[in-house]
Design a protein around this ligand. Structure first.
Ligand code: SAH
Length: 269
């Protein structure tokens, strides 16, 4: 996959994408990231990328011309082909007004050949970019950042770890929080049956078995796969109920899950 990032602060990306799995994905040739300096596509002395808003009001707005020119210089597939799925490419405008970025969207982007991220600044971007250049607007959460750069870095990291081969053990990215339909099933141990199904992940522990008098839950030490599976599922349900009850609404819960949930709720009262 190729990720292109269009920004007025290209130096911002020196660093954040050079660690861990994102770095490994690039070194392994699974992904390339190219950062484009928007100011290179200006033609005036001041290299202006922004201007005052029509209609008055606060702040400045990113002008459309440099953004259109920048994308046109990149050999991106035509917008009709992108929208129709004929080209496996997408132009993403980072925006607080965008659809919420989720693990599902990350998986969708990971299946594409090329994703172009357009980072806004100031009060935002001329709406003609939203309507005629970008294919979708994505927001990383209900808060306002000063620019799209942090958001683009977040999305690139979430997407790249889903590229096949990026994470050593592929099953591990399928069992995490929010992942609905796990594709990889590794049978034989308790872990393989503990996909999150759209809930939060279960708690993890490592050595030492006892730390400052606090012991690891005994179910995990039992060696009994079925007992471990039940404990993990129950803990995932418990944590989801506590921290993200909204996730339970859309989740496909089994009969066993509902029994666990009823028990958890009873224990709380
Ligand atoms: N006036 C806008 C905020 C502009 S913030 C509003 O009220 O909605 C400047 C830029 O930061 C935006 O153009 C966008 O690219 C980026 N940005 C801000 N918040 C964001 C978020 N939650 N997710 C993704 N990008 C965001």
């Amino acid at each position: 996959m190729k990720a292109d990032i269009v920004t007025i602060f290209p130096d911002f990306f020196r660093g954040p994408l050079d660690y861990g799995i994102t770095r490994r994905a690039q070194e392994m040739g699974l992904a390339t990231i190219q950062v484009h300096d928007l100011r290179k596509f200006t033609h005036d002395r001041h290299r202006s990328v922004d201007d005052r808003p029509f209609g008055g009001g606060e702040g400045m707005v990113l002008k459309p011309e440099p953004l259109f020119e920048c994308l046109e210089s990149m050999g991106v597939a035509p917008r009709e082909d992108r929208l129709a799925g004929a080209a496996k490419q997408s132009v993403v405008l980072l925006s607080a007004q965008g659809q919420r970025f989720t693990q599902k969207v990350a998986a969708e982007l990971a299946s594409l050949d090329r994703v172009i991220f357009v980072c806004g600044r100031y009060e935002g971007v001329d709406e003609r970019v939203t309507d005629f250049l970008a294919d979708r607007e994505l927001s990383i959460g209900d808060y306002v950042l000063s620019g799209g750069e942090m958001a683009a870095a977040v999305i690139v990291e979430a997407v790249m770890r889903l590229l096949p081969g990026a994470v050593g053990n592929e099953a591990s990215t399928q069992q995490e929080s929010f992942t609905v339909d796990a594709k990889v099933k590794v049978s034989g141990d308790a872990d393989s049956t503990c996909g999150s199904n759209g809930l939060l992940d279960y708690p993890h522990y490592t050595r030492p078995a006892e730390f400052r008098g606090i012991a690891v839950p005994e179910e995990l030490m039992s060696g009994n796969h079925e007992e471990i599976r039940c404990w993990r599922r129950r803990q995932a349900l418990k944590k989801t109920l506590r921290n993200r009850p909204d996730l339970l609404q859309g989740a496909e819960l089994s009969k066993e899950d509902n029994t666990f949930l009823a028990e958890i709720k009873k224990d709380r009262n």
